[in-house]
Design a protein around this ligand. Structure first.
Ligand code: P6P
Length: 333
């Protein structure tokens, strides 16, 4: 394949679909550059003295890793001077991060999980950065958290970087999903997969099965049916994968199909699952839908969920369309 750079892809996408104005192209290129820096830091591991805990907790009450904090800082510093953003929000920060007065404000809101899958950092398993882009309200003076409370269908772009054997960037601006591989020698993102498509059927599911005793009946029914295999109601055998790094699990599903589930369960009725809506479920759901898959919270289309708070959690069922529709149907019966 002829080497198409990220910049060339964005320019050609703008010519074709008029969906990437210059400010959005700058935003995407800045985020992609920040992901290169994060990849470099992650790749050093112990040699970079960035492994281990930071002896602090984030707003989720999760122990922060040094790389979590470093990745967050890399994204903040990369994005605050460009004039393309009105504000940012991150899993690692309790409140929104307005653009400092010394820089001009732009028309976009950027949300991100700077390093998702932190529990895997110290054991060298793939981790990633997830980001979501919304439009800010016109004529807004000082952005507030309320300005971020937009359903996922309002995203103008979404993407993730996965730091694995290869470092890859997966991106959608509403016209399909494209994947770029980092050429480490040149330091550039090269288009390696165009218009990724998730198979509508699958024989592979992803869930943390250690929580089985806490699942609600629709999830128990569905997983049992898959485990009954060819002699059961689904008439085929299933395989299971759980990397415990959403970016890695979603990347596998994007490439070969599958269904990813992080359901609410009986452990804590006040906690609807573990994953966060604004900077995990929504961007991944836009990507999955743009690749011909489906994503719901068990009851409704994920991208239709109306957010109420910045760090709210949501049950997640996403991946191969026919299986997501099945498990969602079970919730509605
Ligand atoms: P569990 C990582 O901490 C994460 O937020 C997602 O990336 C991943 O899918 C999930 O949590 C793993 O959760 O309960 O299996 O450790």
């Amino acid at each position: 394949m002829k080497r198409i750079s990220l910049t060339r892809h964005l320019v050609e996408e703008q010519r074709l679909n008029n969906t990437i104005p210059a400010e959005l192209r700058l935003l995407i290129e800045v985020v992609a550059r920040a992901c290169k820096t994060i990849s470099h830091a992650v790749g050093k591991g112990a040699l970079g003295e960035v492994l281990g805990s930071a002896e602090s907790e984030n707003v989720q009450g999760e122990v922060q890793k040094k790389l979590d904090i470093l990745s967050n800082e890399i994204l903040l510093e990369a994005n605050e001077w460009g004039g393309h953003l009105a504000a940012m929000a991150s899993e690692e920060m309790e409140t929104i991060h307005p653009i400092p007065n010394r820089y001009p404000m732009g028309e976009y809101l950027l949300l991100f999980d700077p390093l998702d899958g932190s529990s895997n950092i110290d054991v060298n398993v793939s981790i990633g950065t997830i980001f979501s882009v919304l439009k800010a309200r016109d004529g807004m003076e000082a952005p507030t958290e309320q300005d971020f409370m937009q359903p996922g269908s309002k995203q103008v772009a979404a993407g993730y970087a996965v730091y694995g054997p290869q470092t890859m960037l997966v991106l959608t601006t509403g016209h399909g999903v494209n994947c770029f591989t980092l050429d480490r020698e040149m330091g550039s993102w090269v288009l390696t997969q165009r218009n990724m498509q998730i198979p509508e059927d699958t024989q592979e599911f992803a869930i943390n099965a250690s929580n089985a005793r806490h699942w609600h009946p629709p999830v128990t029914r569905y997983v049992n049916e898959m485990q009954e295999g060819a002699t059961g109601p689904l008439g085929k055998d299933f395989n299971m994968r759980w990397i415990a790094s959403m970016v890695a699990d979603v990347h596998r599903i994007l490439n070969r199909g599958g269904i990813f589930m992080y359901p609410a369960d009986a452990r804590d009725p006040g906690k609807p699952g573990k994953l966060r809506l604004m900077y995990e479920a929504n961007p991944m759901s836009m990507i999955v839908e743009q690749a011909g898959g489906a994503a719901t919270d068990g009851k409704q289309r994920m991208l239709d969920v109306q957010p109420t708070t910045l760090h709210q959690r949501v049950p997640v069922f996403l991946g191969s369309k026919n299986e997501v529709e099945r498990v969602t149907r079970y919730h509605q019966e």
